[in-house]
Design a protein around this ligand. Sequence first.
Ligand SMILES: Nc1nc2c(c(=O)[nH]1)N(C=O)[C@@H](CNc1ccc(C(=O)N[C@@H](CCC(=O)O)C(=O)O)cc1)CN2
Ligand SMILES: Nc1nc2c(ncn2[C@@H]2O[C@H](COP(=O)(O)OP(=O)(O)OP(=O)(O)O)[C@@H](O)[C@H]2O)c(=O)[nH]1
Ligand SMILES: [Mg+2]
Length: 444
Amino acid sequence: MLQTDTIAAIATAPGRGGVGVIRISGKDLLPFAQAISGKQPEPRMATLAGFRDEDASLIDSGLVLYFPAPHSFTGEDVIELQGHGGPAVLQRLLKRCVELGARLAEPGEFTKRAFMNDKLDLAQAESVADLIEASSEEAAKSAMRSLSGEFSSQVNTLVEGLINLRMLVEATLDFPEEDIDFLEAADAAGKLTALREHLSRLQRSAGQGRLLRDGMNVVLVGQPNVGKSSLMNQLAGDEVAIVTDIAGTTRDTLRELIHLEGIPLHLIDTAGLRDTVDTVEKIGIERTWAAVNKADLVLLLVDARNGVTAEDEEILAKLPAVPRLTVHNKIDLSEHGLSEEVRDGEWHVWLSARQGQGVDLLRQRLLHQAGWQAGEGVFMARERHLIAIQMAAEHLSLAAAAGHQIEFIAEELRLAQHQLSSITGEFTADDLLGEIFSRFCIGK
Ligand SMILES: Nc1nc2c(c(=O)[nH]1)N(C=O)[C@@H](CNc1ccc(C(=O)N[C@@H](CCC(=O)O)C(=O)O)cc1)CN2
Ligand SMILES: Nc1nc2c(ncn2[C@@H]2O[C@H](COP(=O)(O)OP(=O)(O)OP(=O)(O)O)[C@@H](O)[C@H]2O)c(=O)[nH]1
Ligand SMILES: [Mg+2]
């Protein structure tokens, strides 16, 4: 069900800029270009023209570009009007496009058409939005790797491998007398193992990409006065939170976005946890628990002079099952030097939030806890992709454990293939497409 009505949108960011672009996509757009610019632009050549209103008054003078189908971003005819980048001019130009029969494009509609016309697969289309949204150089690089098809081609290689294996397995279903010997001769088990290994490598790099895209919520908790806000300020490199020696200074949760090696960390400073009758502080503490329940990582701060006290143990007991790190703060007041150590399988770091010693150590520990391993080859990936990869891995492990139940193996391989194909959009429900593209910005 391909829509080919003409859509138009301002493609450049709102606000003022040197140049502003209107993009139009549809069928047979040459008359459209003629109507607005008075010229028949040569394909893929920049042509200077006056953009005129219905009454022939000049709206703007700019460049018109014409990309005839199918050699365009969307695969349809595309016209671009590159005018001056002011909101009033661009709005007038857009209004003129609508008078000439275009309708306003929905968010992501250009990219959706590119997907529908096989210019991009679904993972590539998603990476267009991720590239635009990228909040760090590393995130942008990994989105570009996905956009150029590296992620998709790994997925496709796996799908091809699965198809080959399925052909073997299904052939034995048709000729049961040969079954097991035939599969053994073709080394079906070895092929399955190789596919599972490839899939688990893909899972790792996609997991890293997801981290670059979504980052983590890191929540600082602890008793009043242990130095949560001081640590927040150190990590943020700015005085974002109020610090005083009065216990109960922080009342509200406070968020600050920082990047470590390109990974977005949403730091959340919270009200110190203690029994209190103060109404405002009570509400603050409720908010602390609400934040803790959305944490990907909890930093429990304790005073290095006392270590983990009974009160701290009480807090620990109430934490949800998320990874955590214990930070022993104020080493400048204790004999403890800066260091880190594993106790009962959990990391402890000693530092001074006020003076800064040990904060670099903590940064490294945070990256490690996040699962970050510096290196090339990270693809931008989304939760949706990770779930599909995980499900495919589960189907393959069921297939590997199925012994001689050939029908069962065949079915698990089929399901694994289906999951992987959903990443590049071979089988995709309309509502999922709607969901994916509606999150794009307008004009994309
Ligand atoms: N002015 C402008 N700049 C832009 C875009 C745009 O739409 N307009 N893009 C929008 O995202 C990005 C570039 N992406 C594009 C992708 C494909 C085609 C295109 O015309 N593809 C044809 C021809 C390929 C070729 O000549 O090699 C095709 O695929 O057939 C154009 C832009 C970023 N910069
Ligand atoms: N000597 C020393 N003092 C520190 C250190 N970190 C924090 N402090 C001091 O401890 C006091 C409390 O610090 P905050 O950062 O406000 O503590 P908090 O945990 O945010 O406290 P609440 O907001 O009340 O829960 C302030 O006087 C800080 O200057 C440190 O590493 N060394
Ligand atoms: Mg505080």
